[in-house]
Design a protein around this ligand. Structure first.
Ligand code: PEP
Length: 251
């Protein structure tokens, strides 16, 4: 049985003090989530990682990106050993905003996935089609390329450290969420691709939906057989809203 996972992606939001304040309140959130067997986590900016982990060492805390090299001349980047120093063991890779605004490719994601999973880090690997691709009926073609190129060459043991997040780009931050049927169809397709490439381990891999998930729709998504949780942007920023997301899963 795959445990449901609810992860908040804070993007470029919250000062260090605001992130710390959320983390102080996250003890109650985590207790509540544990009580209904839901796993939770948040991805603050790099600057707030230490504060959030310090306030709640039990909370899953993810970086929103990292480099695949350990050190070197990569201005503006941070590395896996630096994250480990802060006791951070989750990283989001390939978010559509990284792909769109910072030119992140499947090949770069693949290098990061290799580096992270061979260093015992957990990864949320994001895939998703643009509106244009969706309208042209190219969703599955795009997803297959992102999944297969991103996960290429990983061992089954490495793959076990990966969570996939299907996030249609047209649904992120737009308020326009995909239907639960689309979410189930594409999350199920991701599982088929993993089965084809890696075998029976596909049943263990968690696949999340992301894109305008809110307290009002989270239940519908998470009731789908192949949707094992959600990656949430806007609705994860406030403690009350995060609490409501957890509460509505159990409804
Ligand atoms: C995201 O940032 O991954 C996301 C899904 O954002 P939102 O929930 O705001 O659409």
């Amino acid at each position: 049985m795959r445990r449901k996972l609810l992860f908040g992606n804070w993007k470029m939001n919250k000062s260090i003090e605001e992130a710390r304040a959320f983390a102080k309140e996250s003890h109650e959130l985590k207790k509540f989530a544990d009580s209904i067997n839901v796993e939770i986590g948040v991805a603050p900016t790099y600057l707030s990682l230490a504060a959030v982990k310090e306030e709640n060492p039990e909370l899953n805390v993810a970086a929103q990106n990292c480099h695949f090299e350990d050190h070197g001349a990569f201005t503006g980047e941070i590395s896996i050993p630096m994250l480990k120093e802060l006791h951070i063991d989750w990283v989001i890779i390939g978010h559509s905003e990284r792909r769109t605004y910072f030119g992140e490719t499947n090949e770069a994601c693949n290098k990061k996935l290799h580096a992270l999973t061979s260093n015992d880090m957990k990864v949320i690997y994001c895939v998703g089609e643009t509106l244009d691709e969706f309208e042209k009926g190219l969703t599955k073609k795009v997803i297959a390329k992102q999944v297969e190129e991103g996960l290429k060459g990983l061992s089954v043991e490495q793959l076990k450290k990966v969570v996939i997040a299907y996030e249609p780009v047209w649904a992120i931050g737009t308020g326009k969420s995909a239907s639960k049927e689309i979410a189930e169809d594409i999350c199920g397709y991701c599982r088929e691709l993993i089965k084809k490439n890696f075998g029976a381990v596909s049943e263990e891999i968690r696949i999340l939906y992301g894109g305008s998930v809110k307290p009002e729709n989270v239940h519908d998504y998470l009731m789908q057989a192949n949707v094992d949780g959600a990656l949430v942007g806007g609705a994860s920023l406030k403690v009350d809203s995060f609490h409501q997301l957890i509460a509505n899963i159990a409804k």
